[in-house]
Write a protein that binds this ligand. Structure first.
Ligand SMILES: [Fe+2]
Length: 465
């Protein structure tokens, strides 16, 4: 744990270490898992990989076997054949691999029928991909928490022995657990003690922002003060903040009971949803918290989420995480750590801060722009493999040329990740489309063509006027 004073120095071994913990299977509460698959072509249908051997193809040719598939309603996507290596009878025997989609109710009869015309008929399972939410409503099931930093479990937590504080935290946890997508965000009546904590943090940090924060942050912070009740005297309500973000970048908030595991947290970003805690840190340690609290969310994250380029960058990390392997989740968590939490950026020849972990930490904010740490250019390949400091200030920070540049680099990085499909977010239905068939790609392309036509026509009109 960091020992120096930080306004919101929550212990963010965070997503990176949490991603490792996920792999190890510890430190998580797993209330239920999502039973979502990675490529169901139609309602009730599923992909099936079948291998079978055709003996004497001259008398029972391949089309005969394919007819059987067709008769049972299977839609064939891919066929491969090769000499049957296992055949002991005839060197002309063929081994066939077929990938098809078929209604689940027809699988058994298809297999029986195939066994009548071929031998060694087997279903081969694809390598199982991690499941992921497809619709924004699925995020209701993404609430696996890392609980080891909470006051009930962490003996170093300033609220560990405070029963009243734990009772209050249980109240906030209940609000988050009851929340479902589409509900109004809970309105909280904060106590005088909580407001005093907020006041202390707000005053100390906002005095630093003009010299340290990037221009996107400063612009949004001004707007938040003007239109969204950001003031040292009252803790903003998440519903107002969510409305503010929705109007600017389409991001919305949902309450979380604590620190989400990496996979669930990143999945929320894919839908432009930001999980936000609603409780305050313990009053005995206003300038330090071992876990995220609403001071960190509201002062660190929210202003940047109002910037269009930054919002797209955040969503892109989220989209890259869907269906990713545990190893890739760890790398994406590291990228998240060195950008969204601890990122620096160039601005008119000087270096400014945009990372929420810094913008909510008085001590590390000053340190990051001193000449003590090493600064390196943001490069996803390098950044994703960079070890991080979890018990002291970062010895290395990464500097983005611009959010546009970082976004382009991240997209190139994500394209190289080993996933058997491409994903696209549909903002009209708030859902993820898996682009795993020509038809789906054609539909997406025709939507883009329509939009391009509108833009071309707008350009034509402007050039005529
Ligand atoms: Fe954070």
């Amino acid at each position: 744990m960091k020992s120096e004073v930080g306004a919101s120095q929550y212990r963010q071994q965070s997503l990176i270490q949490d991603a490792r913990k996920e792999k190890e299977g510890s430190g998580l509460i797993a209330p239920e898992s999502l039973a979502l698959t990675s490529g169901d072509p139609d309602e009730g249908s599923s992909f099936l990989n079948i291998i079978f051997t055709i003996s004497n193809p001259s008398t029972s040719p391949l089309p005969t076997n394919l007819k059987v598939l067709e008769k049972h309603g299977a839609l064939i996507y891919h066929i491969e054949t090769r000499p049957a290596v296992s055949s002991r009878k005839n060197e002309e025997d063929l081994e066939c691999f077929v990938k098809c989609s078929i209604h689940s109710s027809s699988i058994n009869t298809l297999m029986s029928a195939l066994k009548r015309v071929a031998s060694d008929v087997k279903i081969v399972r694809d390598k199982i991909l991690p499941s992921f939410p497809r619709k924004v409503q699925d995020l209701d099931m993404c609430w696996n928490l890392i609980v080891k930093f909470e006051p009930n479990f962490d003996q170093d937590h300033p609220g560990y022995g405070d029963q009243e504080y734990k009772k209050r935290r249980a109240y906030f946890a209940e609000l988050a657990y009851k929340y479902r997508d589409g509900d109004d965000l809970p309105i909280v009546e904060y106590t005088a003690e909580e407001t005093a904590t907020w006041n202390q943090v707000y005053k100390s940090l906002s005095s630093l922002y003009p010299n340290y924060a990037c221009k996107q942050y400063l612009e949004a912070f001004q707007q938040l003060e003007k239109y969204c009740g950001f003031t040292e005297n009252a803790i903003p309500q998440l519903q107002n903040v969510s409305n503010f973000l929705k109007e600017r970048t389409g991001f919305k908030l949902r309450p979380t009971a604590g620190l989400l595991c990496a996979r669930d947290f990143l999945a929320c970003l894919a839908f432009r949803v930001f999980p936000s805690t609603q409780y305050l840190r313990h009053p005995s340690a206003a300038m330090h918290s071992p876990e995220p609290d609403c001071c960190h969310e509201l002062l660190g994250h929210i202003p940047m989420l109002a910037d269009k380029e930054f919002a797209q960058f955040s969503q892109d990390i989220g989209l890259a995480s869907l269906g990713a392997s545990d190893e890739d989740i760890e790398k994406l968590s590291t990228l998240y750590w060195f950008t969204i939490e601890f990122g620096l950026c160039q601005e008119n020849g000087s270096i400014k801060v945009y990372g929420a972990g810094l913008l909510s930490s008085y001590g590390e904010l000053v340190y990051a722009l001193s000449n003590k740490p090493e600064l390196r250019p943001f490069d996803p390949e390098v950044t994703a493999a960079q070890p991080y400091a979890d018990n002291s200030y970062q010895p290395i920070y990464f500097v983005s040329e611009s959010f546009e540049d970082s976004k382009a680099k991240l997209r190139r990085y994500a394209l190289k990740m080993k996933k058997p499909f491409c994903l696209r977010y549909n903002p009209f239905t708030c859902s993820i489309e898996v682009l795993d068939s020509f038809q789906k790609v054609r539909t997406a392309l025709s939507q883009i063509k329509d939009e391009l036509q509108i833009l071309c026509s707008a350009l034509d009109k402007m050039s005529l006027s």
